[in-house]
Design a protein around this ligand. Structure first.
Ligand SMILES: *[C@@H]1O[C@H](CO)[C@@H](O)[C@H](O)[C@H]1NC(C)=O
Ligand SMILES: *[C@@H]1O[C@H](CO)[C@@H](O)[C@H](O)[C@H]1NC(C)=O
Length: 146
């Protein structure tokens, strides 16, 4: 626990080199057993950073909902659907105007049921700057199971 508190504090000081989940959009609907494309973007590359790892997971929202400010996805990552390298690249064709990104295909767990609100959670670890400084970022988009 202590270890994670330190890493989280470090991450808070490193605002650059963060990722965003561009697809699916917040409040998209997904079905149990469906394969969905998750596009993880890395906008802005001002300072050098080295990617370490990415974890994609899905967890049920608490009863207050995932959009409640009290919700912290770090408390429960839920079912791990991808755990491996993150290697964002520019889109193959030019002129698309997208930042570096990588697509992942993950399967929505069949244990989720229709009507359930869930979070798609991305946990991102990289090394920033010349130090380098380690950064842990945990972000999510809320989804609805139909
Ligand atoms: C998603 O739904 C929540 C709760 O209804 C709402 O606050 C939020 O603005 C919605 N976000 C988008 C991108 O539609
Ligand atoms: C990644 O997925 C998005 C959304 O489906 C698509 O527009 C894009 O072309 C894909 N990129 C690659 C390299 O397959």
């Amino acid at each position: 626990m202590k270890y994670f508190a330190v890493i989280t504090a470090l991450a808070a000081t490193c605002l650059a080199q963060n990722i965003v989940i561009n697809i699916p959009a917040a409040n998209s609907t997904v079905s149990p057993g469906q394969w969905v494309t998750v596009e993880v973007d890395k906008p802005g590359a001002q300072s050098p950073s080295t990617e370490v790892a990415l974890v994609l997971s899905m967890a049920p929202c608490p009863s207050v909902g995932c959009t409640d400010p009290s919700y912290n996805p770090s408390n429960q990552l839920g079912q791990i659907l991808y755990n491996g390298p993150y290697n964002p690249q520019y889109h193959p064709e030019t002129g698309v105007g997208k930042p570096q990104y990588q697509n992942f295909s993950i399967e929505v767990p069949t244990s989720f049921t229709s009507g359930e609100n869930i979070a798609l959670i991305a946990t991102h670890i990289n090394l920033i700057g010349a130090g380098p400084e380690p950064a842990l970022q945990v972000l999510f988009v809320p989804l609805t199971v139909v």
